[in-house]
Design a protein around this ligand. Structure first.
Ligand SMILES: Cc1cc2nc3c(=O)[nH]c(=O)nc-3n(C[C@H](O)[C@H](O)[C@H](O)COP(=O)(O)O)c2cc1C
Length: 201
């Protein structure tokens, strides 16, 4: 099997995260930057924006912004479980916030009116590709991660605390760290229900 397929298979949702990562902060930042830059976007519009949180900034995101927002909408009896879940994300070494710049989307819509309806969709595709590139690049360095979606609940808090431009819309959060427990079992539906192939080379 190709090395690339093996790397794709190594990327899993890792929920038991720790701080035992050998890469430096600078190396992690570069890895994430290069993974995003290598990801394609419609018309090479590069609409994806990324904020990487470490240390106290990462803790503030999870323990203050996210937990604070969740406390307002979570029934009191369920809040202990919520707290434990958020603590598991904060236990990692960092968190990547993925945004899409709506000014880029609007600019494309004005420049290419024929495709106006497609640009918001393609922006969503672009963030998904960027997220997957980063997730796989981290896995390739033996760093575990998962994909979370506390937006839009946390959007205002994130924008205020991290001084995020108003045109950036938060799309996903990716907590990462050392792999403290392996991924759960993954099942697959039957290939015959997913794939079709026609013709012959
Ligand atoms: C678009 C998308 C949204 C997801 N949202 C969440 C999420 O909000 N929380 C979470 O824990 N996992 C989320 N996941 C992770 C999936 O549950 C996970 O990728 C899937 O079960 C396959 O497992 P694997 O990542 O180990 O291959 C999401 C994945 C994708 C692709």
């Amino acid at each position: 099997m190709s090395n690339y397929i093996k790397q794709l298979q190594e990327r899993r949702s890792i929920y038991a995260l720790g701080q035992n990562v050998s890469l430096t902060q600078n190396q992690i930042e570069n890895l994430i930057k290069e993974a995003v830059k290598a990801s394609p976007s419609a018309f090479n519009s590069q609409s994806s924006r990324v904020v990487i949180l470490f240390g106290q900034a990462k803790d503030q995101f999870w323990n203050e912004i996210t937990l604070g927002a969740l406390e307002k909408v979570t029934p009191a009896e369920a809040f202990e479980a919520t707290k434990a879940k958020i603590a598991s994300f904060a236990a990692g070494i960092g968190t990547v916030l993925f945004f899409e710049d709506q000014d880029v989307v609007k600019g494309l819509q004005e420049q290419f009116p024929l495709y106006a309806d497609n640009f918001p969709i393609w922006s969503e595709h672009s963030t998904g590709i960027a997220q997957h590139s980063v997730w796989t690049a981290l896995a390739n360095e033996n760093i575990g991660a998962s994909l979370q979606h506390y937006n839009p609940l946390v959007d205002q808090g994130v924008a205020e605390v991290f001084n995020i431009p108003s045109s950036w819309i938060l799309r996903a959060q990716m907590p990462f760290g050392s792999i403290e427990a392996p991924a759960g079992e993954k099942t697959y539906m039957d290939d015959s229900q997913r794939f079709m192939s026609f013709g012959q080379i």
